[in-house]
Write a protein that binds this ligand. Structure first.
Ligand code: C2O
Ligand code: CU
Length: 821
């Protein structure tokens, strides 16, 4: 619902500008119409158009205000201040001045229509107008005039001069006096219209040129254009500056338009006015159009220039600005660098692992070729099984991956220096190089690892794997099976699958429908896009660890059994209840553990939706209509678990409602909750903006209307209790991933989370949704906080969580070749 309002808001922003453009043109050209009849017709039309445009404006204003009410002030403050307020001001002016002016014009027209019958002057006037038309319609000019005159059809007015004779407060109608008074006043010099139609009486012309009729409508157009521009490319908060500036521009322009229109009316109502030549009439719009084009081009040029990333992005926070979240400014804590925040460097590691990255074409088990990047020669990389608290050493070796490699332990809260982000916590490892990571996994659960250098390109092609942390001494009972879902770019199908030349793929943002990999995507569970069956004895407890290593949320079906959701993002659920027929949705980068006891019947896990839906049919909407790559289609990959010798067919996918963690399981005490006082509160509005990223024009995915590196870093001090509100007013899902910390979900759309504590490191925020989360700032460093749709991250949907006093010696950017996304 809210999601639709945000979409409608974009649509009506544009509609309002278009409608007011027509209304303004109609109002302005009314006074220079050629014939009496045309003025009459256009006046009627103009009033209708103004009324309709006022309705469009009301919808636009209503949407902005409604959104602020429904999604929170911060989610729509810019729409209210920069669109609703100026539009309302201009709209009120139209209602108060323009609508009565149109009605007044109608009366003047009626009055002037009677004039020919009542006095000698009109007769003379008609006589004078005859010659112009005589050439073609000699002999019956009066007849033509009468046929078209409103007097013939409209009720006669007792006072031909009309009640408006004495004008409004500004004397706007005074000019009409001499002409319409019926006396031997100066004759109107207008030539007859085409076909010998009667000319436009001066009184009518003057009433049509009334500033009250014209200026508010044109001011409304100015407001609607500014509002549309500021909706499509909204400024960053605070909005006070732009708001004041916009109102000032509106006031100054309206003033100028008023002066101009007063002049114009004098000219138009004066004796001897002649319709300007065609060339002159074309000159004005030409000049206007040229200046608008020049202005737009200059604006775009500036935006383009500002969007280009500097060659190095380094220093303390990688960003110029800090968001304090209502807490104290930086400068209190002792200075440290990321390099000092390492894991256990002196202890003897209990476990040693080597990950070797190679680039080569590989074949999935199901036969498809992938121009792959692989860890240890497998797709996906090897499943790492670690033990909580055990000192682990991982040696990363880059054999020949041109892009460079790092390893990030997604969801594992390691010390900052071990976090594996190129340009933030280390330099990318070049071909032939190596890097050693040391850490003790602090919690058991289901995680994953992946390269964090040009991640949108290399993760798609294979530089990732599952990472499971077990409790010490706990041996998994029954079947403990990890299932990684990933959409592979297939090299031997349509498209070339991958990024030839090794450079980062250049996406086109929201409008391009690019999936970052190009080519056809096929979803695999593990290394196969085909159905697969495994034997599980009846009565065996089964734990399935689902990992979504994809950009978009994926929807799963587990059919043939009831089950429990035993963990979310590696965090155990308290007292999970039994579920049947529920589908499961996992954020891009998220994890979910299931458990059930195998019966005699087969149980089948499938992924619903087509991975290509995002790039093909849902170009604009990224991840598809309901954020799941389309609803109906089922991918061919599936995993069937059944006792040996079962002959029953594998069950069809379930079609029930999607599992919702908000109220699932039993609440238990948490280290903090919504009732606590927060040291800092951050508001992150996820949106769209038409603009540039690094010199490329695109529909941007923004945070508080900005993209990297202009999104202020969130500043915290060690020990702070931090609340973050995410609101998604964009057209796609955003799986928001915070490094180094886990977040506790407090509420969604204002509804409190009441089940088992919902801890997450990768929270999918769907269009229209609002989440409140909290975390304790207990892991100092400079941390990434970004959208895990890695294509969005590549295009700038990245910010940092920065601890007071912590700086990084590493730099991102072209110069050093570190490109985290
Ligand atoms: Cu899984 Cu910053 O990433
Ligand atoms: Cu995103």
């Amino acid at each position: 619902m809210v999601e639709n309002l945000f979409e409608q808001n974009l649509l009506w922003a544009v509609l309002a500008a278009v409608f007011w453009a027509y209304a303004a043109r109609g109002a302005r050209t009314l006074a220079t119409r050629r014939t009496d009849r045309s003025v009459r017709r256009r006046a009627r039309l103009g009033l209708v158009l103004v009324t309709v445009s006022l309705l469009v404006l009301a919808v636009r204003v209503g949407l902005a205000v409604g959104l602020a009410a429904a999604a929170g002030w911060r989610a729509a403050a810019d729409f209210v201040l920069l669109a609703a307020v100026p539009l309302t001001l201009a709209g009120v002016a139209v209602a108060v001045f323009t609508v009565p002016a149109y009605l007044r014009l109608a009366r003047v027209i009626r009055a002037s229509g009677e004039a020919p019958v009542t006095g000698p002057a009109p007769a003379e006037r008609r006589a004078e107008s005859v010659p112009a038309g005589t050439g073609r319609f000699g002999g019956q000019p009066a007849g033509t005039g009468t046929a078209d005159a409103p007097a013939a059809s409209e009720p006669s007015h007792p006072h031909p001069a009309g009640p408006d004779r004495h004008g409004g407060p500004d004397g706007s109608d005074v000019a009409a006096g001499p002409d319409a008074s019926g006396g031997p006043a100066p004759l109107p010099p207008f030539p007859a219209g085409p076909g010998g139609e009667p000319p436009v009486p001066t009184a009518v012309r003057a009433a049509a040129a009334d500033p009250r009729l014209v200026v508010p409508v044109r001011a409304c157009l100015v407001a609607a254009v500014m509002a549309a521009a500021l909706t499509l490319h909204p400024p960053t908060p605070s909005y006070t500056g732009p708001f004041v500036l916009e109102l000032a521009v509106l006031a100054v322009v309206s003033g100028a338009l008023l002066l101009r229109q007063q002049q114009r009316r004098t000219t138009l109502a004066a004796a001897g006015w002649a319709r300007p030549s065609r060339a002159r009439r074309l000159l004005r719009p030409a000049v206007l159009l040229t200046s608008v084009l020049l202005f737009t081009t200059a604006g775009c040029g500036l935006m383009w220039r500002d969007s280009r990333l500097p060659d190095t992005l380094g220093g303390a926070q990688h960003t110029h600005r800090l968001d304090l979240g209502g807490g104290p400014a930086a400068g209190h804590d002792a200075a440290r660098t990321v390099d000092a925040l390492t894991g256990p460097r002196d202890e003897r590691p209990a476990r040693r692992i080597t990950l070797t990255a190679t680039s080569r074409t590989m074949t999935l088990k199901s036969g498809e070729k992938v121009r792959a990047l692989a860890f240890n020669g497998t797709l996906p990389g090897p499943e790492l099984r670690l033990v909580r608290g055990e000192t682990t050493e991982v040696v990363l070796v880059n054999r020949n991956v041109e892009e460079g490699v790092t390893v990030h332990w997604h969801g594992v809260d390691v010390p900052n220096a071990e976090d594996g982000v190129a340009g933030v916590t280390q330099d990318a490892v070049r071909p032939g190089g190596r890097h050693v990571y040391r850490f003790k996994p602090p919690r058991a659960g289901t995680f994953w690892y992946h390269s964090h250098q040009q991640s949108s390109s290399v993760v798609t092609r294979g530089l990732f794997g599952a990472l499971i942390v077990d409790e010490p001494g706990a041996r998994p009972q029954g079947v403990d099976r990890t299932v990684v879902a990933h959409a592979w770019p297939i090299a031997d199908a349509r498209g070339d699958g991958g990024s030839p030349g090794g450079g980062p793929p250049r996406g086109g943002g929201a409008l391009s429908g690019q999936n970052g990999a190009g080519g056809l995507l096929r979803t695999a569970l593990g290394d196969s896009t085909r159905p697969r069956t495994e034997t599980v004895a009846e009565g065996t407890p089964v734990r399935l660890r689902l990992i979504n290593a994809d950009n978009c949320p994926r929807t799963y079906s587990l059919a043939g059994t009831s089950f429990k959701v035993t963990a979310l993002d590696g965090n155990e659920t308290e007292a999970p209840s039994e579920l049947t027929g529920r589908r499961l949705r996992i954020a891009g980068g998220g994890r979910l553990d299931l458990s059930y006891v195998q019966s005699a019947a087969p149980v089948r896990l499938t992924v619903i939706g087509d991975a290509n839906a995002s790039s093909a049919s849902h170009g604009f909407e990224g991840c598809g209509e309901d954020g799941t790559y389309g609803a109906g289609r089922v991918e061919t990959a599936s995993l069937t678990l059944a006792p040996a010798g079962t002959t029953a067919p594998a069950p069809a996918p379930v079609d029930g409602p999607v599992f919702d963690p908000l109220h699932y399981g039993r609440p238990v005490a948490t280290p903090f909750d919504a009732a606590d006082g927060f040291d800092r509160s951050f508001h992150l509005v996820l949106g769209n903006s038409v603009g540039f990223f690094d010199g490329r024009p695109m529909m941007l995915w923004t945070v508080n209307n900005a993209v990297y590196p202009d999104i202020p870093a969130l500043l915290v001090k060690e020990g702070d209790l931090v609340r973050t509100t995410f609101v998604n007013r964009s057209l796609d899902d955003h799986p928001m991933h915070l490094h180094g910390h886990r977040m506790l979900v407090l509420s969604r759309d204002g509804e409190r989370a009441t089940g088992s504590p919902w801890w997450t490191d990768t929270l999918n925020v769907a269009p229209g949704e609002r989440y409140e989360v909290a975390f304790r700032a207990d892991n100092p460093g400079v941390w990434m906080d970004h959208c895990h749709n890695l294509d969005h991250a590549r295009d700038g949907m990245v910010l940092h969580l920065a601890y007071d006093g912590v700086t990084t010696p590493y730099e991102a950017g072209r110069a050093g070749g570190n490109h985290p996304e």
